[in-house]
Design a protein around this ligand. Structure first.
Ligand code: NAD
Length: 446
């Protein structure tokens, strides 16, 4: 494959055959630095991962990092923020990890090419002061990666780290993974303005076919949830539960209100579990009907919960959930609500996945005012790298980083954001470290 700016280093290309990933000892993985604080956090993540892999496998395994470019780096190198060859390279490599990307907010927004600060006019950046560093607007890079690579599952592990001040009394019991559908539901973008041709036609069609009235001055949004979209998401969630040895998968829906979209998500999820994972799973109904409420040894419990009730339950009984599968909108709310339970985004990892591609990511934004200051918390992208290592089956290296992160936080070697929270809770032994200092603290404690 010929690329212009991408240089594939020596190493093994990851392959997916019959749905199974195969990874050599020197896998080539894509790395996209990201905008703003991507310049700070991404190299720290690479250093931590390299150290863990070296320690775990004594030089027998090593990652060949392949730099790829998008966002402001893409603009500088290619003249476009979303280069085709970057998408092609991710397709080719199968696994990549990325920092955050800026999305200009409004029609008139200009973005600083250096620090990703957004302002309403071109010229000198009001944040970092650099000249000639401002460019016109563009659409979300993250959304375009999802669409171009059909990354249909947004995967977000949420768990508590000892020492992090968290608002919830049961925070230490939180340890679950959210699988949010990425391509359907209200986020599919079928949204029509009141009075538009499509909105009027839909209102007329519904009146004609069902006799039901929708107010003529309504905007119309369409919420498609398909069998195809649901089953591939739930399949991924169940496979995750099997691979990671987790006890349950919960289908979250609002089927009491919308039977044929939300309700079908639940129904199709159960059907898929029964059909494809009949030996490995069991439904909650069967557990009660046939096993007196006891889940048989070795089976993963498939249950469902109404969306509003699960928002209570993740706060009151979080330990009853280990994998949650949700349609897009509920998944959106759930991802943010759940991470708030355990103390916020700084330590929230994430990935977007298709059947064969996995793009791991920092889940926070570009925080422009901290760009290049070696100050912010690299925890999110480092924990995403832990997910990536587990995805590759390199659990020994993943465990080492996990241990290092836990120990650094427990010892209160933390960046300014956590330091502030910990001091507010009355801790006096906090040692505030830089972004790279946090990386070093993790490495020392592996
Ligand atoms: P943000 O996450 O950049 O900042 C929100 C707050 O969190 C700020 O106070 C910031 O200083 C702080 N913060 C963020 N990351 C931190 C870290 N690693 N350590 C310590 N503190 C951190 O969100 P925003 O200001 O709403 O968005 C800024 C830009 O980032 C926008 O262009 C937005 O589109 C983009 N964004 C990208 C992603 C992504 O690529 N995944 C996600 C969210 C926002």
């Amino acid at each position: 494959m010929d690329f212009e700016h991408v240089k594939i280093p020596e190493g093994d290309l990851c392959r997916v055959e019959d749905g199974r990933l195969s990874v050599g000892d020197k896998p080539v993985l894509g790395v996209l630095r990201g905008d703003g604080i991507g310049i700070d956090i991404t190299p720290v993540m690479q250093k931590v991962v390299d150290a863990a892999v070296d320690k775990a496998y004594g030089g027998e395994r090593k990652i060949s990092w392949c730099p790829l470019f998008a966002g402001l780096e893409g603009l500088r190198k290619y003249g476009t923020e979303f280069p085709d060859e970057t998408v092609e390279a991710i397709r080719h490599l199968k696994i990549a990890i990325k920092g955050p990307f800026t999305t200009p907010i409004g029609e008139e927004t200009h973005v600083c090419l250096n620090c990703a600060h957004q302002q309403n006019s071109g010229g000198k950046c009001e944040s970092c002061g650099l000249e000639d560093s401002v460019c016109p607007r563009f659409r979300s890079i993250n959304v375009r990666f999802r669409q171009h690579l059909d990354l249909y599952a947004c995967v977000r592990p949420v768990r508590y780290f000892e020492g992090v001040p968290a608002p919830n009394k049961y925070a230490e019991k939180v340890d679950f993974v959210i699988f949010r559908e990425n391509t359907e539901d209200v986020y599919a973008g079928y949204d029509f303005e009141r009075g538009s041709e499509v909105a009027q036609a839909v209102i007329a069609l519904i009146k004609e076919k069902t006799g039901r009235e929708i107010r003529a001055d309504s905007g119309i949004g369409i919420k498609p949830i398909s069998n195809f979209g649901t089953t591939r998401l739930v399949r991924k969630a169940i496979r995750w539960a099997i691979d990671q040895g987790l006890p349950s998968v919960t289908l979250v829906h609002k089927g009491n209100i919308m039977k044929f979209t939300e309700g079908s998500f639940c129904k199709w999820g159960y059907e898929l579990a029964e059909k494809e994972f009949g030996d490995e799973t069991i439904s909650e109904k069967k557990v009660w009907d046939e096993f007196g409420g006891e889940v048989p040894e070795g089976r993963i419990l498939i249950k469902d919960r109404i969306a509003d009730s699960i928002f209570q339950q993740i706060q009151t009984r979080p330990d009853e959930y280990s994998v949650l599968a949700l349609p897009n909108l509920n998944g959106d709310y759930m991802s943010d609500a759940a991470i708030a339970l355990v103390g916020g985004l700084g330590l929230g990892p994430g990935a977007n996945m298709s059947d064969d591609i996995a793009l791991f990511e920092a889940t926070h934004g570009t925080a422009p005012k901290y760009t290049g200051k070696d100050k912010v918390n690299p925890g999110s992208i480092i924990l995403s790298a832990v997910m990536m290592l587990r995805h590759m089956g390199w659990n020994e290296a993943a465990d080492l980083i996990d241990t290092g992160v836990r120990a650094s936080i427990r010892d209160a070697f933390v960046t300014y954001d956590l330091a502030r929270l910990m001091r507010r809770e009355g801790r006096e032994d906090v040692r505030e470290v830089s972004c790279s200092g946090f990386g070093n603290a993790i490495i020392e404690r592996m």
